[in-house]
Design a protein around this ligand. Structure first.
Ligand SMILES: Nc1nc2c(ncn2[C@@H]2O[C@H](COP(=O)(O)OP(=O)(O)OP(=O)(O)O)[C@@H](O)[C@H]2O)c(=O)[nH]1
Ligand SMILES: [Mg+2]
Length: 443
């Protein structure tokens, strides 16, 4: 079971118990330990954490106005947050950043992601390829940079790191932020150590970020300590937080070494990077809405797709709005995380998977509908002959048309829920101001 799902279930059980007595708390603690350990969090950390949670839940008096159950949720939230490290505040100023790490950890991708990140903060940012080890490294970063409008310097086939850095710094001197991609190895060895020392001396980085893939779990702690001993790190960037069930293990292990998790990678695409904030991370795991991230993400997409926010919540939900939304949500990345951010973690699976192919099929189906049908889906629901006509026109099976309709209906229901919720937007605004953030299952 994934970490978030496990935690949410265990908490819901605790807060749903008729009385939250010692027995219920002890049961919860056992469950919590099982979930954390199976997600590769270090056993010692888990026992320390669960002991504190047990003590605080049973012995501490809740603040006035806070129910024992709310208190318990708060304790769990605080303890998990502490275990996962602190919040990173990136310096938004002129600087040089070195990314280092083992093979395939995500260095090159993260170099481009970071350049875009700093560009989005208004800083001119360029990148240097100083991976002199892997032959295709130059092309990979060059292409990523070209596609994303990032100034790039590299020397194809070049092996002289000192020279590459000198030339690169000269060529990119108009940039505020310069990020350097270094070569990996299959393990940390003296060869890599020597190379990184040389790069450090010539590049004089302000930040030295170790890039680690989340899928190595708690081994991340050992790795961070090992690198740190010879190349003093200023932070760690954990990639593949999206695909790995071991993200929590990696984060907590790195935090336990005292190294700081600076950024996390949450997907293969360039925008999939976040400054690390343990509160946000744990909040999302527990299913509390992370509205700041959601809203800023929505804002960008709404701008890109030219969607008017009112339209998303307009009175009438039509096939047209449905399709616009599917497209937008696909852009937002796995819908799962978006709904997780809204505190509605467990959506029907088929709605979470918006493949390119499926969207294409939907597009041709929708194109075969008459304007009236697009406005009023009830015309279609009742009429098999209309469904068949559309299928024929679109060159698909009638089942495909019905599948679209059934998804439309599900989404329509959800939108209805939002609206009945005394204005979804109002709720979001209220939550953002910090008031009224009700924890699921608590109370
Ligand atoms: N899902 C996911 N994939 C990622 C993420 N970051 C990187 N990847 C993928 O991981 C693979 C390796 O990434 P690279 O950036 O080439 O890794 P590297 O550390 O530069 O590798 P070497 O140069 O060979 O040492 C690529 O397929 C990336 O798309 C992430 O945050 N999430
Ligand atoms: Mg690379």
């Amino acid at each position: 079971m994934d970490l978030g799902e496990g935690l949410r279930k265990a908490l819901a059980k605790l807060t749903g118990a008729a009385i939250m007595d010692e027995k219920a708390v002890k049961e919860f603690i056992k469950e919590l330990q099982r979930i954390l350990i199976s997600n590769d969090v270090n056993v010692k950390l888990v026992f320390e954490l669960s002991k504190r949670i047990e003590e605080k839940t049973l012995k501490e008096k809740p603040l006035p106005g806070v129910s024992p159950k709310e208190h318990a949720v708060r304790v769990v939230y605080d303890e998990l947050t502490n275990m996962m490290g602190e919040r990173h505040e990136p310096r938004l100023e002129k600087q040089r950043i070195l990314l280092l790490g083992l093979f395939g950890s995500g260095k090159t991708t993260s170099v481009a992601k970071l350049a875009k990140f700093y560009q989005s903060k208004g800083l001119k940012s360029g990148v240097i390829c100083c991976d002199t080890f892997r032959p295709a490294a130059f092309e990979q970063l060059q292409q990523l940079s070209e596609r994303n409008g990032i100034p790039f310097y590299g020397e194809k086939g070049g092996t002289d790191a000192t020279r590459i850095i000198r030339n690169g710094l000269e060529r990119l001197k108009d940039n505020d932020v310069i990020i350097l991609d270094s070569s990996g190895r299959s393990a940390f060895d003296t060869d890599l150590q020597r190379e990184l020392k040389l790069i450090s001396q010539n590049f004089e980085p302000n930040e030295r970020f170790l890039v680690i893939s989340a899928d190595i779990g708690q081994v991340a702690g050992k790795q961070a300590a090992e690198f740190n001993a010879s190349v003093p790190l200023t932070g760690v960037l954990i990639t593949k937080m999206d695909g790995s069930g071991k993200g929590g293990g990696a984060l907590s292990a790195v935090a336990a070494t005292g190294a700081k998790v600076a950024f996390i990678g949450t997907g293969e695409k360039i925008p999939d990077i976040e400054t690390f904030d343990s509160k946000k991370y744990v909040g999302r795991l527990l299913g509390f809405p992370d509205l700041e991230t959601l809203i800023s993400k929505m804002d960008t997409i709404v701008k890109e797709e030219n969607i008017k926010p009112e339209e998303l919540l307009e009175e009438k939900f039509t096939i047209k709005t449905f399709y616009e939304q599917l497209k937008a949500t696909k852009k937002m990345g796995p819908l799962k995380s978006v709904f997780g951010m809204l505190g509605m973690a467990d959506m029907p699976k088929e709605m979470l998977e918006q493949s390119e192919e499926k969207l294409k099929t939907y597009e041709v189906i929708i194109n075969s509908m008459t304007p009236a049908e697009r406005e009023d889906a009830s015309l279609l629901k009742k009429s098999r002959s209309r469904q068949e006509r559309i299928a024929k026109g679109a060159g698909v099976k009638p089942e495909d048309v019905r599948r679209l309709l059934s998804e439309f209906e599900k989404m329509e229901k959800m939108m209805g829920m939002f609206k009945r919720d005394r204005g979804f937007r109002k709720k979001m605004e209220k939550m953002m101001k910090g008031g009224g953030l009700k924890m699921p299952g608590a109370g």
